[in-house]
Design a protein around this ligand. Structure first.
Ligand SMILES: *Cc1c(COP(=O)(O)O)cnc(C)c1O
Length: 229
């Protein structure tokens, strides 16, 4: 039998604590987002029963169905996938955090569509920190201007930056990429975006490097739920 979801969660939590100590991070500084894409609501419920409260989803239709099936649970939902502009309303209505904002048009729509009955939406800007020409993420050189424009939108709070670096087994390269995101975050903080403190970085294969470089939210799927089909 493969290890159960509660066993996997326990193992990931233990490693997070070990890495916090190893890299001089305050205890409890690194938040864990369980990435449940492609896994059914019963698996999310199993993780929730084992104490996991934050979940990340990439695909809107799948996420909405899961939210419906799990409406009795108090879950913190994070949207982490690519955002098409015709999907912003449901994201603005149904999520607590959005990690994958990379252009002003999407930010404006989320701002307009965030219901007045809910608190302002927490957003992170997805940044392209890899050298290859990736399609998603704002470039480092365009980041300050985007952040300035978003700071004017009243129904959004710019809470940090997110990145998905090009996959590599080279820990030095992993750290260098995460370091670039951290430097970009520090620049925004220093220029007055005082709530822009989060770094959403690190997945199953590279979260040690991410924690070493200051991640405050790691997004873990495979190590919690097993391989995806
Ligand atoms: C799928 C996904 C993850 C989780 O990846 P694992 O390698 O399974 O841990 C994290 N972040 C994003 C944006 C993803 O799409």
């Amino acid at each position: 039998m493969p290890p159960s979801i509660p066993e996997n969660l326990e193992k990931v939590r233990l490693r997070i604590t070990q890495f916090e100590q190893k890299y001089g991070r305050p205890e409890g500084d690194v938040g864990l987002i369980a990435v449940s894409k492609t896994h059914g609501p019963e698996k999310v419920r199993e993780a929730w029963n084992a104490g996991q409260k934050a979940f990340g989803e990439n695909y809107l239709q799948e996420a909405l169905a899961k939210q419906e099936a799990l409406a009795d649970l108090d879950i913190n939902w994070h949207f982490i996938g690519p955002i098409q502009s015709n999907k912003t309303r449901a994201i603005a209505e149904r999520f607590h955090w959005v990690h994958s904002v990379d252009r002003l048009k999407i930010a404006r729509r989320l701002d307009e569509q965030r219901p007045a009955s809910l608190p302002a939406l927490n957003i992170l800007l997805q940044v392209n920190i890899s050298d290859e020409s990736s399609k998603s993420g704002v470039g480092i050189d365009a980041l300050a201007e985007l952040a300035e424009a978003i700071a004017l939108l009243p129904r959004l709070v710019l809470t940090g930056l997110m990145a998905i670096p090009a996959p590599t087994d080279d820990v030095g390269a992993q750290r260098a990429a995460f370091h670039r995101l951290r430097a970009a975050r520090d620049t925004l903080l220093a220029s007055g975006h005082e709530r822009c403190k989060h770094l959403s970085m690190g997945m199953s294969h590279d979260y040690e490097a991410a924690i070493a470089e200051g991640a405050t939210m790691i997004r873990i799927g495979t190590d919690i739920f097993g391989p995806r089909n």
